[in-house]
Ligand binder design. Structure first.
Ligand SMILES: NC(=O)c1ccc[n+]([C@@H]2O[C@H](COP(=O)([O-])OP(=O)(O)OC[C@H]3O[C@@H](n4cnc5c(N)ncnc54)[C@H](O)[C@@H]3O)[C@@H](O)[C@H]2O)c1
Length: 214
C-alpha cells in the first residue's frame, strides 16, 4: 500500500477516524463518504478528503465513498496497529500500575512487557502478570527483547534520570506522563501526555460557557 508522509495534525486525526469507522461498522454501515465523516466528526470536508486519500489503498468511489472495512484496515496498517511494538514502563506507582493493567493498548499495537522501579515494596513482584524489575535490570531487559519504546510514570523530579536511562538502553521513543520537560538527543522522539494541560482546557471551556450563560 502507498505510505505517504502526512502532517502531524493529520496523523493525530487518524485514531478519531478509526473510532468513528469502528462505530459505523457496528451500525452495519458498509460504505461511507468523506463528507459524511467530516460532518459527523465536525471536521473540515477538504481536510478529511485529503487525510483519507493519503492513507487509503483503494481510494473512495464516486457516490459510494470508501468501503468501511477496507478503510479501517488501511488506517490500522498506516498507524502500525497491525504490528505490536513492545514497551517498558518506568515507575510502577499509581499511574504506572493503571497503565500496566489496561489491555486495550494491544489494540493500538503497544504491549507493555515489563515495569521498572526502585522501591523494594514492588520490585520482584508481578502486576497483572507483568514483572516489575529493579531499574538496574533495564538495559538487560530492553536489549534482550529488542525494545524501543519507553513509558515514564515517575515523578517530575525523577523523570530526567529515567529518561536518560531509557536513552542509554537504546529506547528511541518515549511516552512521558511526568509533568516536565525532558532533554533528549535529536534522534529520540518524546510524546508528552500532559493531563494538566487537558484539564486546564476543559476548565477554561467550562468557565467561558458558564460566563456566557449568565
Ligand atoms: N496518578 C495519576 O493519576 C497521574 C495522572 C497524570 C499524570 N501523573 C504523573 O505520573 C507520574 C507518576 O504519578 P503516580 O501518581 O503514579 O506516582 P507514584 O508516586 O504513585 O509512582 C511513582 C513511582 O515511580 C517510582 N520511581 C521513582 N523514582 C524512580 C526511578 N528513578 N526509577 C524507577 N522508578 C522510580 C516510585 O518508586 C513509584 O513507585 C507523576 O509524574 C505524575 O505527575 C499521574
Amino acid at each position: 500500500m502507498k505510505k505517504y508522509s502526512i502532517s502531524k495534525q493529520a496523523l493525530q486525526r487518524l485514531p478519531s477516524y478509526l473510532n468513528y469507522l469502528n462505530w459505523a461498522k457496528r451500525e452495519n454501515v458498509k460504505n461511507i463518504s468523506s463528507p459524511t465523516i467530516a460532518s459527523d466528526l465536525k471536521l473540515n470536508e477538504v481536510q478529511v478528503r485529503k487525510d483519507l486519500a493519503a492513507i487509503s489503498s483503494t481510494g473512495g468511489k464516486p457516490r459510494l465513498g470508501y468501503n468501511v472495512d477496507t478503510l479501517i484496515s488501511d488506517i490500522k496498517v498506516f498507524l502500525g496497529y497491525d504490528e505490536t511494538d513492545k514497551a517498558v514502563l518506568i515507575g510502577a506507582g499509581q499511574l504506572g500500575r493503571a497503565l500496566l493493567s489496561y489491555n486495550g493498548y494491544e489494540d493500538y499495537g503497544l504491549e507493555i512487557v515489563a515495569a521498572f522501579d526502585v522501591d523494594n515494596a514492588v520490585v520482584g513482584k508481578k502486576f497483572k502478570g507483568k514483572p516489575i524489575y529493579h531499574i538496574d535490570m533495564l538495559d538487560r531487559v530492553c536489549k534482550k527483547n529488542n525494545i524501543h519504546i519507553g513509558i515514564i510514570t515517575v515523578s517530575a523530579e525523577n523523570a530526567q534520570e529515567a529518561c536518560d536511562k531509557l536513552v542509554e538502553c537504546g529506547i528511541l521513543a518515549i511516552w512521558n506522563f511526568a509533568p516536565c520537560h525532558l532533554v533528549v538527543p535529536d534522534n529520540i522522539l518524546v510524546q508528552h501526555e500532559n493531563t494538566a494541560a487537558s484539564l486546564a482546557f476543559l476548565s477554561m471551556h467550562l468557565r467561558e460557557k458558564m460566563k456566557n450563560e449568565k
